[in-house]
Design a protein around this ligand. Structure first.
Ligand SMILES: [Zn+2]
Length: 464
């Protein structure tokens, strides 16, 4: 619009100038021999204006003609590039949709049209991966590493490949190279953290975590938890190399960061106890128990009191956990101690209220032990049979791979995922499995009943 107004203004000015010149008063006379031409005074100027305009038009036309081949060439290259980028985007879409053949075809097309532009390497690598051709993908990623624009992307591709192949050492070497070339790249730091924790390199993992924290990539609750888990593992490593001071220091750090973490509480209490701080250890265990009543704390307490007689241990336990007997975990722990001290009646008083319908396996086993201690073999058998049918006891299960671990560790021993172990009961069997298990359990129950009935029959036969 502005351009149009500007053009109209220019035309208007030229016309106005021409009219003004044509209307100038006076004459000009041009004599060529006998020929005399007479014209108004403005005519030569109008003619001059006309000549200038004509010359400008001629010059423009000549320029346009001279540039035509180049413009045509540019136009062709532009269209080619456009087709190349179109092939590239369609290829990326095909990769995302998992269309392997289409992705490969588009990758070739893009490579031909764009003369091997760096981004076509990425498409080629992804298409190769989609086609299951890992060695081709690797070559493309390596070519990307050589290009400054795609260097980091290439390293990321190579690292992911090594990780998928289970070659953690190779993945770690690539991540370290990426860190050297582009320090502080978020995914590189996160990869270094994950690979080092999976590898059990807890000092290295701590350095990677602090780098992540320094860039505010990990913060708040997540940062606190990660630091606590790492501190527990560093304490374990220090203890393994017999550096007790460092072991206790790391354990204290972990416990301060997360006092609700049973692994941290049990570790710091055990090390405090070993360092001669028995009452501090007891207090730590008591506080830890109120936050998360985990069996490992009961075991640590038992180890701390290993020099006491079972009867004294039970009295001490009652003293320490006074006021906490509403919780089933506390009752079970105290019942264990009572049983060890041979006080079946005390144990029964503690556990019986928990042994109703749907009692967990641990409680059923405790009831069996109490019955056995009281000389009631049949009762013990019946409780053991119930324990088999009862909901399973909690254990450490990995959130990532579901594998069970006998004890807690900072990274899953099966898949290496950091802080993935959770304390929970085993998952109930799938609906199909449930029926089969119920049938087997029914069989066991019948067998069990026969066993219980067995001796009395023999006795009856003997009597007869
Ligand atoms: Zn796992």
């Amino acid at each position: 619009m502005i351009r149009l107004l500007w053009t109209l203004l220019k035309v208007g000015l030229v016309v106005a100038a021409a009219v003004w010149l044509a209307q100038m008063p006076g004459n000009v006379e041009l004599r060529l021999g006998d020929l005399v031409v007479e014209a108004p005074a403005g005519a030569p100027l109008v003619a001059l204006l006309f000549v200038v305009l004509l010359a400008a038009f001629a010059y423009r036309s000549w320029l346009a003609l001279r540039r035509a081949p180049q413009a045509m060439r540019f136009g062709r290259a532009g269209r080619r590039r456009e087709r190349g980028y179109r092939a590239l985007s369609l290829g990326m879409v095909a990769v995302a949709a998992g269309a392997a053949d289409e992705a490969r075809r588009r990758a070739r097309e893009a490579d031909r049209l764009l003369d091997g532009a760096p981004l076509t390497l990425l498409l080629a690598a992804q298409a190769a991966q989609l086609n299951g051709d890992d060695s081709a993908a690797r070559k493309f990623f390596e070519a990307m590493v050589d290009e400054p624009e795609t260097n980091l992307l290439g390293l990321r591709g190579l690292m992911a490949q090594a990780d998928r192949a289970g070659d953690r050492a190779e993945a770690l070497a690539i991540a370290a190279r990426a860190q050297k070339e582009r320090p502080g790249t978020p995914w590189v730091l996160e990869a270094l953290f994950n690979l080092r924790t999976a590898n059990g390199d807890w000092d290295g993992a701590s350095a990677a975590l602090e780098a992540l924290a320094g860039r505010k990539l990990v913060r708040g609750e997540d940062l606190r938890r990660r630091r606590a888990v790492i501190a527990v593992e560093r304490s374990r490593l220090a203890e393994e190399r017999d550096d007790r001071a460092a072991a206790l220091n790391h354990a204290r750090t972990a416990w301060k960061l997360d006092p609700s973490m049973p692994a941290a509480t049990a570790r710091v209490a055990r090390l405090e106890g070993a360092a001669g701080h028995g009452s501090r250890a007891e207090k730590i265990l008591r506080d830890g128990w109120t936050k998360a009543a985990h069996p490992v704390l009961g075991e640590t307490l038992a180890a701390l009191w290993s020099r006491l007689t079972p009867a004294v241990r039970f009295t001490q336990g009652q003293r320490l956990l006074k006021g906490d007997t509403a919780r089933p975990e506390t009752r079970a722990l105290l019942a264990d101690m009572a049983l060890a001290a041979g006080q079946q009646a005390e144990a029964r008083k503690l556990v019986e209220p928990l042994a109703g319908e749907g009692a967990p396996a641990r409680i059923c086993r405790l009831m069996a032990s109490i019955a056995l201690g009281e000389g009631d073999t049949d009762g013990a058998r019946s409780w053991l049979a119930r324990a088999r049918l009862a909901p399973g006891d909690p254990a450490w299960f990995c959130r990532a791979c579901s594998a069970m671990s006998p004890e807690w560790s900072g990274a899953c021993p099966h898949c290496g995922v950091f802080d993935s172990l959770e304390w929970r009961p085993p998952a109930p069997p799938a609906p199909g499995q449930a029926a089969a298990i119920a049938a087997i359990e029914q069989e066991l129950e019948t067998e069990n009943a026969a066993l219980v009935a067995g001796p009395s029959k023999t006795e009856a036969a003997r009597e007869a």
